[in-house]
Design a protein around this ligand. Structure first.
Ligand SMILES: CC(C)(COP(=O)(O)OP(=O)(O)OC[C@H]1O[C@@H](n2cnc3c(N)ncnc32)[C@H](O)[C@@H]1OP(=O)(O)O)[C@@H](O)C(=O)NCCC(=O)NCCS
Length: 179
């Protein structure tokens, strides 16, 4: 298994991988929604605002994470949203997800990203350093339907000073039903 951040090279395969993984775990409707989200993220997000972490075995994608920029108008720090995350159904629970997250966060750290947020299961993401945050620390770009799933971590080791102002996600995420 190898890890890469080369999103362009793998862009044709990624929407289908996400669609299949989420179809298996959440049903066909969610599979379509997440597949379409990934297509749109890859097609419409400026290069600087989108990072990927891909695990592969030769030509086969084993897992993938996308990281897209979250802008805080009144704060100079660089913040990214880690979502979505998928590991091939037949390779789940073998540690790929956690290794992929660690790889992606290292890449972001190298790119001088200050803070990463995600929206998901606090128990799972707690294994890779995420902790629950309130919207006083980082305001979500749209209303959260599950505020207890709003998580974050600093990549600099600096004490977490609240991020200033409202935040703006990239256009592909600007849909209330995704939050
Ligand atoms: C959620 C998801 C990304 C996790 O990825 P994963 O590769 O299965 O996760 P990991 O293997 O890193 O960890 C999962 C579990 O396996 C365990 N595990 C890790 N390595 C292991 C190993 N070598 N042997 C056995 N178990 C192991 C972990 O401790 C963890 O335990 P838990 O079930 O108590 O939480 C993956 O299951 C997935 O794609 N799910 C469907 C889509 C989804 O829900 N995405 C997240 C929302 S965006």
């Amino acid at each position: 298994m190898k890890f890469t951040a080369e999103k362009q090279e793998w862009s044709n395969a990624l929407p289908m991988v996400f669609r299949q993984v989420f179809t298996d775990s959440e049903g066909a409707t969610e599979g379509k929604v997440i597949g379409a989200l990934v297509s749109e993220l890859l097609a419409s997000t400026p290069d600087d605002d989108l990072h990927a972490a891909i695990a592969h075995d030769g030509p086969q994608v084993l897992g993938c994470i996308l990281f897209s920029r979250l802008r805080f108008d009144q704060d100079p720090r660089q913040v990214f949203l880690m979502s979505p995350v998928a590991v091939r159904t037949d390779r789940q629970k073998t540690g790929i997800g956690q290794r992929l997250i660690a790889y992606g966060l290292d890449e972001l750290r190298r790119d001088k990203v200050d803070f990463v947020v995600t929206y998901g299961d606090p128990t799972y993401y707690g294994k890779t350093g995420f902790f629950p945050i309130s919207e006083k620390v980082a305001q979500a770009p749209l209303p959260l339907s599950h505020p207890h799933g709003w998580l974050g971590q600093s990549l600099t080791g600096a004490e977490m000073v609240p991020l200033k102002g409202p935040s703006h996600c990239v256009i592909a995420f600007n849909k209330p039903e995704l939050w």
